[in-house]
Design a protein. Structure first.
Length: 400
């Protein structure tokens, strides 16, 4: 069999594979993504600069002049720009490929002269949206690449612009910590909103259980699963970053990374708690629906029980055995008050059955069952214990 020619058409498969296999190593533009926007923020303890750059080649001058350079890239629509940025900063090709293929698990990958960190940023408006955040830490620079514009770093930018805190006097490792910490802290408002939604669903399930409650519970469970998938591996990644023996991270910065690790553990614990609450709400919903169905069946059974003897009386007098044939054949048919008697008998039976059901506590709540013993007699209140307290919660003696 002759070998296939080099220019043969590729077989059907994911387009992302062919985008990663160009001869020059660059990755073509993806029209489904947003075009990259590059914003650089460089600073020293005395001054700073913030501007939008058009070409990755401008980064060389910034790296030579400023002690700390932060380049934020929003959008992955042109893989060639991402590849060019990787060449400027000397990034590993595998790390650049993970940036473009934005479905990576949260991780930390140390290289010789830089550290590659992957995490997920989240936005919660009507639904929960997540995007991959790729962060590179090197000597004197921090590179962040996100899938689309908008992030949670406004406070970090404000601190750099106003010299608030000691971020302007620290190095790139502290800037990387501040960015990671802001991403982790952005999870807590999302969890607070989920907590509010769980409380609303709890009241709704107890008062008015419906299919909307089930939809809301499943939506929250999916959101919690998405948060857990982002935080669980990042907890291990933070542990690796905190223990990584790298000259790029100063010992004093590792103390701050330990705080990020603690926050990640706290988020995981909150997510697990909320998942249990959501599962409990589903159980409450099923119990409420079952209880409501039982109440409906009880009412229907009571009506059926009332109409069974009424149907018997009506069927009995509907047999029309007239007393002309025999004196034993329904003398009530010739009685002047026969029809009112039959109606009165039916009414008396219905009232008697209703009274009996009420007496047994089967109608109008279950208080009758609670307050009566097995023989149908009223059960006395439980006596107070030896300390004088009332098991039912009522106070004794002073009338309170």
């Amino acid at each position: 069999m002759s070998p296939a020619p080099d220019d043969a058409a590729p077989a059907d498969g994911p387009d992302i594979e062919f985008r990663a296999l160009r001869a020059d190593g660059a990755m073509p533009a993806d029209p489904s993504q947003i075009a990259p926007e590059m914003v650089v923020l460089a600073y020293s303890p005395e001054e700073m600069i913030e501007k939008v750059i058009e070409s990755p080649e401008e980064i060389h001058t910034l790296l030579e002049r400023w002690p700390v350079v932060w380049l934020n890239v929003s959008g992955l629509g042109d893989g060639r720009i991402v590849h060019a940025i990787g060449e400027v900063f000397g990034l590993h090709n595998l790390a650049v490929e993970d940036v473009v293929h934005a479905q990576q698990r949260a991780k930390v990958e140390p290289y010789d002269d830089h550290i590659f960190i992957v995490n997920r940023m989240m936005k919660f408006e009507d639904v929960l949206d997540t995007e991959q955040l790729s962060l590179f830490l090197g000597r004197g620079f921090v590179l962040t690449i996100q899938e689309w514009p908008g992030d949670c770093w406004d406070d970090v930018r404000h601190r750099i612009r106003t010299k608030h805190g000691h971020i302007r006097g620290a190095g790139a490792d502290y800037l990387a910590y501040a960015l990671i910490d802001a991403v982790i802290d952005s999870y807590f408002p999302i969890l607070d909103r989920i907590s509010d939604k769980l409380e609303e669903l709890d009241n709704h399930v107890l008062e008015r259980p419906s299919t909307e409650s089930v939809v809301g519970i499943h939506r929250i469970k999916r959101e919690l699963i998405a948060i857990r998938r982002a935080c669980w591996p990042f907890r291990e990644a933070m542990n690796v970053l905190m223990r990584e023996e790298s000259t790029l991270i100063l010992p004093e910065t590792r103390l701050y990374l330990r705080d990020c690790y603690d926050h990640t553990i706290r988020i995981v614990e909150i997510v697990e708690t909320y998942r249990e609450l959501a599962s409990g709400l589903m159980d409450v919903y099923l119990s409420s629906v079952s209880h409501r169905t039982n109440d409906i069946m009880k009412v229907l059974t009571i009506f059926a029980a009332i109409f069974i003897p009424l149907s018997f009386i009506a069927a009995l007098y509907g047999m029309n055995f007239h007393d002309e044939r025999s004196p034993w054949n329904m003398p009530e048919l010739s009685w002047r008050f026969g029809y009112p008697f039959a109606l009165g008998l039916m009414a008396a039976v219905a009232v008697a059955l209703l009274g009996f059901f009420r007496y047994k506590g089967w109608l109008g709540g279950d208080d009758g069952l609670r307050r009566r013993d097995g023989r149908g007699r009223a059960a006395p209140d439980p006596p107070p214990d030896e300390t004088g307290s009332d098991p039912a919660g009522r106070r004794q003696g002073n009338g309170e």
